[in-house]
Design a protein around this ligand. Sequence first.
Ligand SMILES: C[S@@+](CC[C@H](N)C(=O)[O-])C[C@H]1O[C@@H](n2cnc3c(N)ncnc32)[C@H](O)[C@@H]1O
Length: 390
Amino acid sequence: MTQSVFESIDYVLGDHLISRCEDGDLRRVLILNAAPAPHFLPRLAAAISGDLDCVQWFAPKYDALSAMPGSLPPSVRLHDSCDAVRDGGDYDLVICAGTKQKQETRHLIALASRLLTDGGLFVIAAANNAGGKQLDKDCKACGYVTEAYSKHKNRVLLMEKRAGSLDADLLEKWYAAGQVSYCDKTGDDKAGRNEAGDDKIGSDKTASDKTGGKGAGFWTCPGLYGWSKIDRGSAFFIETLRAQGVTLRGTGADFGCGYGYLSRAILDDSEQIDRLYAIDADRRAVDVIGRNVDDARLSAVWADLTRPCDAIARPLDFIVMNPPFHDDKATAIDAGQAFITQAAACLKGKGHLYMVANTHLPYERLLGAAFTSVTALDTAHGFKVICAVK
Ligand SMILES: C[S@@+](CC[C@H](N)C(=O)[O-])C[C@H]1O[C@@H](n2cnc3c(N)ncnc32)[C@H](O)[C@@H]1O
């Protein structure tokens, strides 16, 4: 079993951090991209004399953290967005779980560096195969002197903030690049990439520009699914609906809406849609979609779609989705299957589910069991577009 990065942090640094908290040396603590960590978190929370702020924007992890309070003292504050802590500071310790998205992790490094008090401790960790190997390079590049540990296929770094030794310009660049910004997409997966292959945000508008939803591009930020591109499967999905003359009507939902590519296209294409719930587990997607889809029929909902979602008025006439899948084998289709089960539960009789998936992902059996008819509308470029009628 793969150990979480928090278990690895606990294993290599837990006792050290906790005894410094108990000594009163580390009073205010921030955890970015927090996870439940049932052994570490309650011990840490009990050891500190000040506040413990935890930030988690992904609904399933946020819900799991919320379910812990029985074992956490009231000094623990749970936030669904980094914005809740952005203007604060003076943390003595920041612990951060990096992600496999390089710009997102760099933004977190820059944010942590802003929020730490001078002399404060910074701990960052990531799985070796999800950004861990990049952490040493990135932390050193901005001037940190790191103590590095490897445990359970995770990389854990400990460092002290010495403001005078940090590269303020680089940190400022990483901070700015991780914020919501306008990305002028040209419609293929390579859009928004610079010559070095790094994702690049279009710079023709700034985050303060409030015209959102009018141009061809999207407001987005690193960390969102396919943040700097239009997903090929999603583009093929919309092309297919248009080519087949599908008209969506009534009340529907976009399951796993991301920054809003599908929502914007289907609302633009059909005046017969009365209401569209755009639902995603990533708080940042839900926060940004209103800027991309300037349409009063849209309601953005932050929820975990692998579980029943109470926030939408059922039953629905239609659902569109490009469900998430993980590259790491066993879990590849778990989330997609859960999305299908929840879609079937939300649709009315004869309601339509339209979905796109990679051709190799075997959803048909579950679809066949949950729906009356299942039709492949088109298959190309490694994707299939399926229509299932309840
Ligand atoms: C393949 S992306 C599709 C994004 C967008 N619809 C598009 O076409 O570009 C899947 C989306 O599902 C979201 N997601 C992943 N797990 C989820 C969950 N448990 N509940 C709700 N949304 C989830 C992700 O944040 C991501 O935005």
